[in-house]
Design a binder for this molecule. Structure first.
Ligand SMILES: C[S@@+](CC[C@H](N)C(=O)[O-])C[C@H]1O[C@@H](n2cnc3c(N)ncnc32)[C@H](O)[C@@H]1O
Length: 328
C-alpha cells in the first residue's frame, strides 16, 4: 500500500471500531439474535431512532458483518457466535469493555498535555462496566489458558495462586485438566463474586477457592508451588511490579515457580505492535502501567530472587515468562 493510502486507512480506523463497538454496547447484535429484522422493527425493540439505526446497520452490512436482504438485517453466520452474548466463542463482553476503553482513548491529547491518566468516567463505575471487564477477561483468557495448557506441563504443581485471577478462567481451565491441582484465586471482592459463579458453573468448588484481597495492600498467603500472574503487571509501575515480585516470592515454597503472562514487548520496545498499542491503553487508564519488555521483567524478577528463565510464545501477541524461586 502506498504511504498516503496507509496513513489514510490508519486515520479512518476509528470509523469501523466505533460502529462495531457501539452496535455491541447498545445491544443491537443481541437483539438481532439469530433472526432477520428490519431497521424499524429493531428500532422499536431497542427504543432507538430508526434512521440512525438503519444508517449504522448498513455500514455493518458494508463490512459483511450483517447480511442485508429485502430490507432486513441478519448477523452473517461467521460472526454470529462471536457477537452474541454468553456463548463459548462470544467476545461481546470484551467488545463492551473496548467501548468503555474508547472513551478514554479519545482523551489521549489531554493525557499527553498533563501526563495524568483519564479518571474513571462516572458511568464506568457501575456494575455493568465491571461485569463487561471481568467477563471480557474470561472471553480472552479461555483460549489463552488452553494454549498455555498445550505448551506447559502442569503435572509438577499441586497448589497454585492465580493472582488477580478475575473470573478464575485460568485456574478453572488448569484445574479441569490436572486433577491434582488446587487453586486459590486472589482478587478484589467484586471480581470474585463473578469468579464464584464461574467456579460453580465448572463444578470445581472443591479445588478452586477464592481469596479476597488487594495486591497492593495485602499479603498473598503462603505454601504455593506456582503463582500465575496473567495480564496484571501491565497496570503497574516498575516499582509496584517489583513489590508484586517480592510478595510472590514470599508466597512460594522453595524452588516454586512464577509464570507471568503479558503482552510483552520485544527489547526493541516497538514490536509486536499490539503490545505497543496496549501500552497506550494503560497510559490512558492507569497511573504507571505499560507494556513491559521481556528483558526488564526478567531483570525485576532476577533482582527479587528468581532464576532459570524460560519464555513460551503464545498467540494474540502474548508470551509467558516462567522463572523459579532461588534456593533459600
Ligand atoms: C486485566 S484483568 C486480568 C484477569 C486475569 N488474570 C486474566 O488474565 O484474565 C486484571 C485483574 O486484576 C484485578 N485487580 C485489579 N486491581 C486489583 C487489586 N488492587 N488487588 C487485586 N486484584 C486486582 C481485577 O479485578 C482483574 O480481575
Amino acid at each position: 500500500m502506498d504511504p498516503t493510502s496507509r496513513l489514510t486507512e490508519l486515520a479512518q480506523g476509528y470509523r469501523q471500531a466505533i460502529v462495531l463497538l457501539t452496535a455491541c454496547k447498545l445491544g443491537i447484535f443481541a437483539a438481532l439474535g439469530r433472526d432477520r429484522r428490519t431497521a424499524d422493527q429493531l428500532a422499536g425493540q431497542l427504543k432507538l431512532d430508526a434512521r440512525a439505526l438503519e444508517t449504522t446497520l448498513l455500514a455493518l452490512a458494508a463490512e459483511g458483518i450483517l447480511q442485508y436482504q429485502e430490507s432486513t438485517f441478519r448477523i452473517a453466520a461467521p460472526y454470529r457466535e462471536i457477537l452474541l452474548p454468553a456463548g463459548e466463542r462470544s467476545q461481546s463482553s470484551i467488545f463492551n469493555h473496548n467501548y468503555n476503553c474508547l472513551q478514554r482513548w479519545c482523551r489521549l491529547g489531554e493525557v499527553l498535555r498533563t501526563g495524568q491518566c483519564v479518571p474513571e468516567p462516572a458511568d464506568e463505575s457501575d456494575g455493568d462496566s465491571l461485569r463487561d471487564f471481568i467477563c471480557g477477561m474470561a472471553e480472552i483468557s479461555r483460549g489463552a489458558s488452553r494454549e498455555v495448557l498445550e505448551k506447559v506441563d502442569f503435572s509438577p504443581f499441586r497448589r497454585m495462586l492465580d493472582l488477580g485471577g478475575g473470573p478464575a478462567t485460568a485456574a478453572l481451565e488448569f484445574a479441569r485438566q490436572y486433577p491434582q491441582l488446587r487453586c486459590v484465586v486472589f482478587d478484589l471482592p467484586d471480581a470474585l463474586a463473578i469468579a464464584r459463579e464461574e467456579i460453580s458453573r465448572y463444578g470445581l468448588t472443591d479445588r478452586v477457592q477464592t481469596r479476597p484481597g488487594d495486591y497492593y495492600q495485602d499479603e498473598f498467603g503462603e505454601g504455593f508451588d506456582l503463582v500465575y500472574i496473567s495480564n496484571i503487571i501491565h497496570s503497574m509501575s516498575p516499582a509496584d511490579t517489583a513489590m508484586i515480585a517480592r510478595k510472590t516470592r514470599q508466597a512460594l515454597l522453595p524452588g516454586g515457580t512464577v509464570m507471568i503472562k503479558e503482552f510483552f514487548l520485544d527489547d526493541d520496545r516497538t514490536t509486536p505492535a499490539t503490545a505497543a498499542y496496549f501500552s497506550i491503553n494503560m497510559l490512558v487508564a492507569t497511573e504507571g502501567g505499560k507494556s513491559y519488555t521481556l528483558r526488564e521483567t526478567r531483570e525485576i524478577l532476577q533482582k527479587t530472587g528468581f532464576r532459570d528463565f524460560q519464555t513460551v510464545e503464545l498467540s494474540a501477541a502474548s508470551r509467558l515468562l516462567i522463572a523459579r524461586k532461588d534456593g533459600e
